[in-house]
Design a protein around this ligand. Structure first.
Ligand SMILES: [Zn+2]
Length: 482
């Protein structure tokens, strides 16, 4: 009955269209080889392991199996030539807003958020952190609506406001900021709730930051601060020297909105310098109003670079000056960073900031989240929150994204064989080991899908014949009406 099992990958793809996927369990034949997938000849940047050079990367069972100067193609089900491309751990974006689907207008716990998968995988991002769109009261709904349904690994920084980011009426409500309750709630979701967020507060009080740190201490997770309205009652330098702890994260660090820039020199303010001295991380959090060339350029020219690049993805930033994480990285490159440096700021660094060091690297045994990028050279314009622009010469383009060992995005079809190729370069029946895209198994499709070069006399190579994919009910299902 071996041949019947080989029918099922094709059948499954049809069944998915018909909403019948759960009705047939497909058992993937085991892979007898050492590796499922081999990426050969790329320039690997793995900041955690200090790798910055040409390497092959092998993947087996969703994990990184080997990284070496040469690995044999015969040991892998599938080998992809990535010469001339950058190969990095899957990117990590620690400031996003993805609590979509509640229907609430003008709310980050609603319409201001976006569903993640359309913005992440095509940019090489495999892990994102929602930055406080939900608080402890609505986190279970967020988890159900988005976290549990996304291909992207979605983590969360829980808002110190119990109701989350639903607008100023909620976000300025000091009575809904309870550090102990928030911290204890976070402990129920270890590895999913990875931080506490304070954002958008307009009042003069210190309470949001005090309570956020209490929650962070209870759950042993970092606090990320969007410092809200600039108030003379709470200067930035006091926040970073008296309230935040080493390991906390200051986002929107190049906005210039709250005293990040020294007004005389244009370089980093005393607060920004104190932040770094104390081990508080500087995160970009580009968003719609938090990145200005007139702030970032002189600060970076002084040698002060961010620790992490994040997008602050939401419905406005997605089509504005931010666009996507690679566009933000391109801006950092034009301001003087190297490509390996921006990759570190989107992989190992953010993983470390959220205390998830198992992510963002290609160490053997770690989860095989991998991204492949090409580098375009030309004249490219980039604008900021004030509509001011600068010109760069480099653009990163995501070619391939692998999540947990399987390809989930492939810009230029580099994994595939040409449609009229005489034979597959790998066994299509085993493709489920290394890709989420189905390959057309030889001799196992309905007649309309037989490749034209297979003579009709050879089209009955399986004992049951081509499947009737539109009527694939089990005998039990056929007995019971729909
Ligand atoms: Zn934000």
């Amino acid at each position: 009955m071996k041949t019947v099992r080989y029918l099922l990958p094709a059948a499954l793809s049809f069944c998915c269209c018909l909403g019948m996927a759960q009705q047939r369990a497909y058992v993937l034949p085991p892979n007898p080889l050492p590796y499922d997938l081999l990426l050969q000849g790329g320039h690997v940047v793995d900041a955690k392991s200090h790798i910055d050079g040409i390497r092959d990367v092998a993947i087996k069972d969703g994990k990184v199996a080997a990284v070496a100067e040469h690995l044999e193609a015969k040991d892998a089900l599938k080998t992809i030539d990535v010469k001339g491309f950058w190969v990095t751990p899957g990117l990590i974006d620690i400031h996003t807003h993805v609590y979509a689907g509640t229907g609430e207008r003008n709310s980050y716990a609603g319409d201001n958020s976006v569903y993640p998968d359309g913005f992440t995988l095509r940019n090489g991002v495999t892990t994102i952190v929602d930055a406080g769109s939900s608080g402890w009261k609505n986190f279970p709904d967020f988890k159900d609506k988005v976290i549990d349904r996304s291909i992207t690994r979605v983590l969360a920084e829980l808002n110190i406001v119990g109701s989350g980011m639903r607008g100023s009426k909620y976000e300025d409500d000091l009575d809904d900021m309870d550090g102990k309750t928030t911290g204890e709630f976070a402990l129920k979701y270890p590895g999913v709730i990875v931080g506490i967020k304070s954002a958008h507060f307009t009042g003069p009080e210190w309470k949001p930051y005090e309570q956020a740190v209490i929650a962070g201490n209870v759950a042993n997770i970092p606090v990320m601060i969007d410092y809200g309205a600039r108030r003379i009652e709470r200067p930035l330098d006091d926040l970073v020297t008296k309230y935040l702890r080493p390991g906390d994260i200051y986002t929107h660090c190049f906005s210039g909105n709250r005293g990040e820039q020294d007004p005389k020199t244009g370089g980093p303010s005393k607060a920004l310098m104190d932040m770094r001295k104390r081990g508080i991380y500087c995160d970009i959090g580009h968003g719609g109003g938090s990145f200005s060339f007139s702030v970032a350029a002189p600060i970076m020219a002084s040698g002060y670079h961010p620790d992490s690049i994040s997008t602050d993805l939401h419905i406005t930033s997605m089509n504005g000056s931010m666009k996507d994480i690679l566009n933000v990285a391109d801006k950092m490159i034009l301001l003087g960073e190297t490509i390996p440096e921006v990759f570190a700021q989107m992989t190992a660094n953010p993983a470390h900031e959220i205390k998830q060091d198992q992510l963002g690297n290609l160490s053997v045994g770690s989860v095989a989240d991998v991204a492949v990028f090409s580098e375009e050279h030309g004249t490219f314009g980039f604008f900021d929150m004030f509509g001011a622009k600068d010109i760069g010469q480099v653009k990163l383009v995501c070619e391939l994204t692998i999540k947990s060992g399987k390809i989930v995005y492939d810009l230029n079809a580099i994994e595939f064989d040409k449609w009229d190729a005489p034979k597959h370069s790998s066994d299509p029946a085993l493709a489920g080991h290394w890709t989420t895209f189905s390959e057309r198994p030889f001799g196992s499709q309905s007649s309309a899908r037989w490749p034209s070069w297979i003579p009709p006399s050879q089209r009955k190579t399986v004992e049951t014949g081509p499947p009737d994919v539109y009527n694939m009910k089990t005998p039990e299902e056929k007995k019971s009406p729909r």
